[in-house]
Design a protein around this ligand. Structure first.
Ligand code: 13P
Ligand code: ZN
Length: 216
């Protein structure tokens, strides 16, 4: 198998795994990954994460032209904004994961630091998560909002919609977005119970030990 064939299989396998565990339902969510030649493989619009077909993924050349496959996700401007502003991005994933969306609707949500500091992996895998306002699905203004972050954040939460995470590769991006959803779930489970989170010192040690991007 060529490495592009492998990548196609891996995209569909990881998407199905997330679908099967209820991380995004129906035909929601989208996923993309850089190909070895500098192009992109992208989930087609209207498809279900549970049933992506490796042979029908939208394929873009390194200049951004659609070469073959089905028409791509309507969230291309969002995905492109991550690739254009973060040279390290090898994959981007977007989900409609329930607990993250719930947390984004809380009136006291922190727009600059969306996730409470509850567990180490959220900090290690995501850094600081930016909460963006609500946009209509497919609105190119979402891409502009991500470009406005100048590549300093690997993860954003679209209010009342869902998270978007960039990673070095497809597995890293999926692991990170799962961590985002798990942390949001913990936050919603413990809401109002005054949970004891990580201390500022714990966060500082995590950031330095694991070389976390922790831009203000
Ligand atoms: O999650 C989605 C829109 O935000 C799904 O849209 P697509 O089917 O176009 O990828
Ligand atoms: Zn969406």
């Amino acid at each position: 198998m060529t490495s592009e064939t492998n990548l196609r299989e891996q995209i569909c396998l990881l998407a199905k795994s997330m679908f099967d565990r209820g991380l995004t339902g129906g035909s929601t969510g989208n996923i993309s990954a850089r190909t070895p030649d500098g192009g992109l493989l992208v989930s087609p619009t209207g498809t279900s994460f549970g049933r992506l077909d490796p042979a029908r993924l939208s394929r873009f050349d390194p200049a951004g032209a659609l070469i073959d496959g089905d028409p791509p996700t309507k969230e291309m401007p969002l995905h492109s904004a991550f690739y254009d502003t973060r040279t390290t991005a090898g994959a981007v994933v977007h989900l409609h994961s329930c607990h993250s969306v719930a947390l984004s609707m809380m009136p006291d949500a922190n727009a600059d630091d969306f996730l409470p500091r509850l567990t180490p992996y959220a900090i290690m895998k995501l850094g600081r998560v930016k909460l963006l306002p609500f946009f209509l699905p497919g609105d190119p203004a979402m891409g502009d909002a991500v470009r406005g972050l100048a590549g300093k954040r690997s993860a954003v939460m679209l209010a009342n919609h869902g998270p978007v995470v960039a990673g070095k590769g497809i597995e890293a991006a999926c692991n990170a977005i799962e961590e985002l959803e798990d942390t949001a779930r913990l936050a919603m489970m413990t809401r109002g119970l005054s949970p004891l989170g990580l201390s500022d010192g714990d966060v500082e040690r995590l950031v330095t030990t694991f070389d976390v991007e922790w831009e203000a």
